[in-house]
Design a protein around this ligand. Structure first.
Ligand code: MOS
Length: 779
């Protein structure tokens, strides 16, 4: 039995990659055996069968349920809290608020750059959904009953819910110092006035994108459990270490006393990069009651209090020469992160600054406060908003100089980052290939000819549109530490602190291990996202998870291989440099009779396990790694109803190496789907006239695209440029660039179909019918 060989190795075909000497950088993979292939996710069965344990599935003995009373007003001061009746209700174990000593806990809104220190329960509630009190009870129903039985005397205050009027004289002040977050942020290069003077054509246009809410399938939530002075939190999060440090900081605990676990999660899109107040509240309630407390937010709570992609009001003035050379871009943006510092305008100007070659650029960003829930990073923060303006404008410029929109972009492709200090070159710029190969695969020219020939006169009008983008972050970065254990039967355990936020991170990392060691995917088990048992990792976000973690995984696998070769050299009494891997064996290249099964290696049998540790190496100095994208779509507009049907979409993406073809395509389709929602249907609607409250805080009234709203034909076209500098796997990051140009591509297709430039999202039938009616009147 002990010697029975399990078939854990691939034996056929492509050799296991060469093992670099210690300290040497692994060479880029050439032909790969499994990297880039379309293999099902390693946890597919768990996910579809319901056996995957999400935070909401955690049930502990004696567990209580938490619920939060949230301010029902856009702006109000809590004058008095009467919780006498609530406390005596059946099942209630604890109640905390600003009136109870246990509720007196610090909280900070905002992050780098701008911070606002407040309390978990601040009597001044600056947005609807702000926390007022919380209850722990035996059942969720009892908790909610008790929350409803708390009587609060509010002084309802005037509110401002529209960032466009927040700086008006007499606008209600969200904060004592007024509604201006900071001085307008100005970026400048070259001479904009000269650029406009040099232009043959100058266009100027206002644009607006509405506030979009993350609405992940799985709501935010946690379970908190104390054992003595040690706190364990199960949290639906993108980063367990980020939650650990925040919780330890707020509750005054050493990091070693806070364990955060976040195994499966059902989406986040940036809204779960940070812990919420609910996490701290659950921990406090658990401490008071001496019992575990589960706190899962309702859908409505997530709409109000767990972030959003804030609205953007943009103006773009652009100058261009007849030959397509951009001469000047002048961009302004007024935005808001809501009631607290939350990056209301951050990232919005980046496409304008950096996507196309332009010597003269100025951007001015003004961030103001309004009485609404704070924003949070949302899939490529700022970028889809800025893309809406810039890519609309590029389409209009192309029309103005009578050039094809693809050709205009091809004319202005940068090979270095113009907006960064020192203007460092990109490790690779795939924008040209995205445009050319994407246009070819989509049939761009033919489609335009076909539509022009058909005349496009009837009530159903066809149009094609395209847009490009780049993602400012991406490329990944240190640190990451990975531990890989090769057991005596050849099976492998991979230990990684990073979360798989639904994107397929675990699958990608398993593929890296399988590629390097030649073991089958079934022989690999991954332990991840647990501060108690796995290595430090930064949060999964910024499209940097794969480019950050995969090189560390590769390094850990290489370390295992080096150790195995060393043991084999001893066992076979040959020089280590002459040995290679072959299936599940190590063999001498000089003498094929010198061969040993990995599982028979003396050192492995003696120790029981070989442990490899891998670190993420540094990024190349003086260079930038950015993913690039171009998307194309065809639409049909019903000019009688204002309905838009998207017939097909193609995403051409330069994200470096395709690590896993299925998860790659999943990201492309998901990003396009999300972008379609941003373009056509999604908008947080605040009742600005009467209450300031959000009126569409549920999945009926806030429309996200379903399977019926996306085109049948979605094509993912990877533009695989071998990036040998970015990192040792060549991945550049994909999750965010896939949603940057989508909405603008849709808008440009609608223009092509109708001749109407819809400059404000969402392009819903109400808006489109109005614009079509105006067009008929003018026509
Ligand atoms: Mo992302 S917005 O970094 O999850």
């Amino acid at each position: 039995m002990a010697d029975q060989e399990k078939d854990l190795y691939y034996v056929e075909g492509i050799p296991i990659p060469e093992t670099p000497l210690p300290g040497e950088r692994p060479k880029p993979w050439k032909a790969t055996r499994i990297i880039g292939k379309a293999v099902p996710r390693v946890d597919a069965y768990e996910r579809v069968s319901g056996s995957a344990v999400y935070t909401a599935d955690i049930v502990l003995p004696n567990m209580l349920y938490g619920a939060i009373l949230r301010c029902p007003h856009a702006n109000a001061r809590v004058k008095k809290i009467d919780s006498g009746r609530a406390k005596k209700m059946p099942g209630v174990h604890a109640l905390i608020s600003s009136d109870t000593p246990e509720g007196d806990v610090p909280w900070t809104y905002g992050g780098r750059g701008s911070k606002f220190k407040t309390k978990i329960f601040d009597p001044l509630c600056r947005f609807e959904g702000e926390t007022v009190a919380a209850v722990a009870a035996k059942t969720p129903y009892q908790a909610w009953d008790a929350v409803r039985a708390i009587n609060v005397d509010y002084e309802v205050l005037p509110f401002v819910s529209d960032e466009r009027s927040a700086l008006n004289k007499g606008a209600p002040a969200v904060h004592k110092k007024g509604n201006r977050l900071m001085r307008p942020q100005v970026y400048k290069r070259g001479d904009v006035a000269q650029g406009f003077a040099d232009a043959d054509v100058v266009l100027e246009q206002n644009y607006r994108t509405e506030c979009e809410v993350h609405t992940p399938m799985e709501p935010h939530g946690c379970v908190a459990n104390w054992e003595g002075d040690h706190l364990t939190i199960w949290e639906s999060t993108q980063g367990v270490y980020r939650v650990q440090s925040s919780v330890a900081d707020i509750l005054g605990l050493p990091l070693s006393k806070v364990r955060v676990i976040g195994h499966y999660m059902g989406g986040a899109f940036g809204s779960k990069l940070q812990p919420g107040k609910y996490t701290i509240i659950a921990a406090i309630l658990a401490r008071i009651t001496g019992r575990p407390v589960k706190m899962i937010l309702s859908r409505e709570e997530t709409y109000l209090a767990t972030g959003n992609r804030p609205p953007a009001n943009m103006t773009l003035k652009a100058g261009i020469k007849k030959d397509g050379t951009l001469t000047a871009l002048d961009f302004t943006c007024v935005g808001t992160g809501g009631a607290y510092p939350a990056g209301g305008t951050s990232g919005v100007d980046w496409q304008v600054r950096d996507l196309y070659t332009c010597p003269n650029v100025r951007t001015t960003s003004t961030d103001v406060y309004i009485n609404a829930g704070p924003a949070r990073p949302f899939r490529a923060p700022g970028h889809p908003q800025g893309s809406w303006a810039l890519e609309h404008m590029m389409d209009a410029l192309a029309k103005a100089i009578n050039t094809d929109p693809v050709d205009l972009r091809l004319k202005n492709i940068p090979l270095y980052s113009q907006a960064r200090d020192g203007q460092p070159p990109y490790t690779t710029t795939g924008l040209k290939a995205c445009l050319e190969e994407g246009a070819r695969a989509f049939g761009w020219k033919k489609a335009r000819e076909r539509i022009a020939k058909a005349g496009n006169e009837g009530p159903l009008r066809r149009g094609v549109g395209m847009a490009s983008g780049l993602w400012r972050a991406g490329g990944g970065r240190p640190p990451s530490t990975i531990i890989l254990k090769l057991f005596s039967d050849g099976s492998v355990n991979l230990n990684m602190g990073a979360s798989d936020i639904g994107t397929g991170t675990k699958t990608v990392m398993a593929l890296v291990v399988a590629e390097e060691l030649g073991v089958k995917l079934e022989a690999i088990h991954i332990e991840h996202a647990d501060t108690g048992t796995t290595q430090y990792a930064t949060s999964s976000g910024g499209s940097k998870t794969v480019p950050t973690e995969s090189p560390a995984v590769r390094a850990a696998a290489v370390s295992v291989k080096q150790q195995l070769l060393e043991i084999a050299a001893g066992d076979l009494k040959v020089d280590q440099a002459t040995l290679s891997f072959e299936g599940g064996s190590i063999v001498s290249r000089n003498d094929p009779s010198k061969k040993v099964r990995i599982t028979k290696l003396s050192g492995l049998r003696k120790r029981g396990v070989v442990v490899g540790i891998g670190y993420r190496g540094p990024n190349p100095e003086g260079k930038v790694t950015n993913p690039f994208a171009t998307q194309f779509c065809e639409v049909e507009v019903d000019t009688r109803t204002g309905e838009v049907r998207i017939l097909r979409f193609l995403g051409a993406h330069d994200s470096g190496r395709v690590m896993s073809r299925l998860t790659y395509d999943n990201q492309v389709f998901g990003g396009i789907t999300m972008g379609i929602g941003f373009a056509l249907t999604e908008a947080r609607i605040l009742d600005g006239n009467h209450t300031g409250k959000m009126v569409n805080r549920n999945w009926y009234d806030y429309k996200i695209p379903t399977a019926l709203d996306v085109p049948e034909s979605m094509v993912s076209l990877p533009i695989e440029i071998n990036d040998t500098e970015a990192n040792t796997t060549g991945a550049k990051g994909l999750g965010e660039p896939v949603t940057i140009p989508t909405a603008a591509a849709v808008a440009n297709a609608i223009y092509h179909a109708t001749g109407i430039r819809v400059t404000t999202t969402p392009i819903n039938p109400v808006q489109l019918c109005r614009l079509l009616a105006e067009q008929r009147k003018e026509g």
